[in-house]
Design a protein around this ligand. Structure first.
Ligand SMILES: [Zn+2]
Length: 347
C-alpha cells in the first residue's frame, strides 16, 4: 500500500488501541462450510494457511532486504516466485516470452521515481478453456520499501500477504486445471513492482498490456490482507474497495462468493473515492480502473506496523489470511467461469 502523500491525514489512523497478536492457529480455515460444485470445492481446499505461511516466511525474510524496487533482494524474491510457478507447471503469457515484464528505470523516472533501477513485473498465466481471450487479473505488488539505516522493512503484510495470496490462488486454479476443470476465461497472476514509489509497475502494465485491456474483464487486487486494524481487532472481516465503481455486478458477485465461503464481514468504510484516506487511488487496481476495467481491492486497514520495520511474519494472522485469500479465489472463480463477462455499466 502506497503512503498517503497528503500529510494532514496520514497520522490519524495510526494510533493503536490494542496489542499485536501473535501468530495464530493455522488449522481452522480448513473447516469452513464451503458451498459450490465439486470442482470449485476441491480447488478451494488447496488454499491453506500453512502454505501461505511457508511462502511468506521466504518472501518477507531478511534475505529479501525489504524488496525495494529493483534491488537484489526484490529480485531474489522474484526468483522464488518464478520457481514456485515453474514447479507447479504454471507458465507465463506466451506473448511475453518469459515470466518477466521489464519496467524500465526511465519509465519510473518520468513519473517521479528518482533513480530507481530497472525492475520487473512477474506474470504467471493459466489459459482459459473456452474464452481464452478474456482475461481475469489477480494482482498484488511484491515490492516494499527496502532497508533503512541497516534495518530491514520486511513488509510481511504490505504486500507479502497479497503476494503469497496470489501464488496460492494460482495453485488452486492449476489444481482445477489438472483435474480437467480449468477456468473458462484466462487468469493472469500479476505481481507488480514499484508500487510503494508510485504504482509504477501496474501503470507500466496498463500502458503496455500483454493482453488488450478491452478484453480484461476484472482486476482483483490484494494489498495487505494478513492483519487486522485497531477498529476491527479480532474480527473476521476485510475491507472491499471499488467493487461497484464500474460494474453493477462485481460487488454482488463478491458478496455471493463470500456467503458461499467464509462469510467474512465485508467492510465498505473506505469504499468511497472521496474518503480522506483515498484508498481507491492508493494501490495498483487504480491503474486498471482508470482504464475502465472493473476492480475490487481487498485490504485489512491501516495498522500500527504499517510501513514500519515491525511489519513482520510473526504478526500475521494466517487463518484470516487464508480466509481472505479464499474469498478472492471464489470471486475470481465465479468471474472466470460464468458464461458472460461482467458488465461495465457505470462511469
Ligand atoms: Zn505500502
Amino acid at each position: 500500500m502506497r503512503k498517503l502523500l497528503v500529510p494532514v491525514f496520514s497520522a490519524v489512523l495510526l494510533v493503536s488501541c490494542g496489542t499485536a497478536k501473535t501468530a495464530s492457529d493455522v488449522s481452522s480455515s480448513q473447516n469452513s462450510a464451503v458451498k459450490g460444485d465439486k470442482a470449485f470445492v476441491s480447488a478451494y481446499k488447496e488454499i491453506k494457511a500453512a502454505d501461505l505461511k511457508k511462502n511468506l516466511y521466504v518472501i518477507a525474510s531478511d534475505e529479501m532486504e525489504g524488496r525495494d524496487t529493483g534491488s537484489p533482494g526484490q529480485k531474489r524474491a522474484g526468483e522464488y516466485m518464478v520457481n514456485y510457478y515453474k514447479n507447479l507447471g504454471i507458465s507465463f503469457p506466451k506473448a511475453l516470452g518469459s515470466y518477466y515484464q521489464k519496467v524500465p528505470s526511465d519509465f519510473m523516472k518520468k513519473r517521479g521515481g528518482s533513480n530507481l533501477p530497472d525492475s520487473e513485473n512477474i506474470l504467471a498465466f493459466i489459459e482459459g478453456s473456452e474464452k481464452p481471450e478474456e482475461i481475469v487479473v489477480v494482482s498484488a505488488h511484491y515490492d516494499h520499501v527496502g532497508t533503512k539505516n541497516g534495518v530491514v522493512y520486511n513488509g510481511a503484510d504490505d504486500d507479502g500477504s497479497g503476494t503469497v495470496a496470489v501464488m496460492e490462488i494460482a495453485k488452486a486454479f492449476q489444481a482445477a486445471k489438472k483435474s480437467g476443470k480449468g477456468p473458462k476465461k484466462s487468469v493472469l497472476f500479476l505481481h507488480v513492482t514499484g508500487e510503494e514509489h508510485g504504482l509504477f509497475g501496474s501503470e507500466y502494465y496498463t500502458d503496455n498490456p500483454v493482453f488488450p485491456l478491452a478484453n480484461t474483464v476484472v482486476d482483483l487486487n490484494i494489498d495487505m490482507i494478513g492483519r487486522d486494524d485497531p477498529e476491527n481487532r479480532g474480527k473476521q472481516y476485510v475491507y472491499v474497495i471499488g467493487s461497484e465503481m464500474l460494474s453493477s455486478q462485481l460487488k454482488l458477485i463478491n458478496e455471493a462468493a463470500n456467503k458461499r465461503t467464509n462469510n467474512l464481514e465485508l467492510n465498505y468504510k473506505y469504499d468511497d473515492p472521496n474518503d480522506p484516506q483515498r484508498l481507491y487511488y492508493r494501490s495498483d487496481h487504480y491503474n486498471f480502473a482508470k482504464n475502465n476495467v472493473p476492480v475490487a481491492f481487498f485490504f485489512d486497514g491501516i495498522h500500527e506496523d504499517y510501513h514500519k520495520p515491525t511489519d513482520d511474519v510473526e504478526k500475521i494472522d494466517y487463518d484470516l489470511l487464508a480466509k481472505r485469500t479464499q474469498l478472492v479465489f471464489a470471486t475470481a472463480w465465479e468471474i472466470a467461469n460464468r458464461p458472460d463477462r461482467i458488465i461495465v455499466d457505470k462511469k
